[in-house]
Ligand binder design. Structure first.
Ligand code: GAR
Length: 200
């Protein structure tokens, strides 16, 4: 079985869904370590509770993105990590990091890419007034939120939706879709052909 790491900065709702899916063997891979750039990330508490190694790397201890990423990479090497899952990780990865794991870093984004990239995907879609938004899971490349798309699911926006209600709908879809996609990846069912990912 392959080893993987989750990188998270916040609440860890997706991390929890992943932990549950590993436990129930929907994901057939070992979640070895959770790394965060935020000391108080609730994701670290979830990891500890599930007896998964958790590491905080303090950005202030590093002069630039690459040296910070080198420390994270060192942690990943220590745990013999084969692939990396970003779950609400609010830092851009350096090109150096991405080159260590080509097509082996997966991210989830709370909008239908290539629309509403960035850190406020849910709010930006709501404010723009689109009627349909959703969730995208994609491989990470050197451009922000621009890697090959693996899977997408739609979420309808009604006139009654608030940021809170829309976020709840998005998170519900995320917590189902992300473990499923990670499960496919772990079983080597994903093949990247140019801009497209094929599920075999
Ligand atoms: C999720 O909605 C995820 O899609 C989003 O952050 C949230 C993290 O929640 N990621 C991005 O916006 C990346 N650009 P969580 O910590 O509860 O999983």
């Amino acid at each position: 079985m392959q080893n993987f790491a989750v990188l998270a900065s916040g609440r860890g709702g997706n991390l929890q869904a992943i932990i549950n899916a590993v436990k129930s063997k929907k994901i057939k891979a070992n979640l070895k370590v959770v790394v965060s750039d935020k000391a108080d990330a609730f994701a670290l508490k979830r990891a500890k509770k599930a007896r998964i190694a958790s590491i905080y790397v303090a950005p202030k201890d590093y002069t630039d993105r690459q040296s910070f990423d080198c420390k994270v990479l060192e942690c990943l090497r220590e745990y013999k990590i084969d692939f990396v899952v970003l779950a609400g990780y609010m830092r851009l990865l350096s090109a150096h990091f991405i080159r260590q794991y080509p097509n082996k870093i997966i991210n989830i984004h709370p909008a239908l890419l290539p629309s509403f990239k960035g850190i406020n995907g849910i709010r930006d879609a709501l404010e723009y007034g689109v009627k349909i938004t959703g969730v995208s899971v994609h491989f990470v490349n050197e451009e922000m939120d621009a890697g090959t798309i693996i899977a997408q699911e739609t979420v309808k926006i009604t006139s009654k939706d608030t940021l809170k209600s829309l976020a709840q709908k998005i998170h519900k879809v995320e917590h189902k879709l992300y473990p499923e996609v990670i499960g496919w990846f772990a079983q080597k069912r994903l093949k990247v052909i140019g801009r497209k990912t094929v599920l075999r």
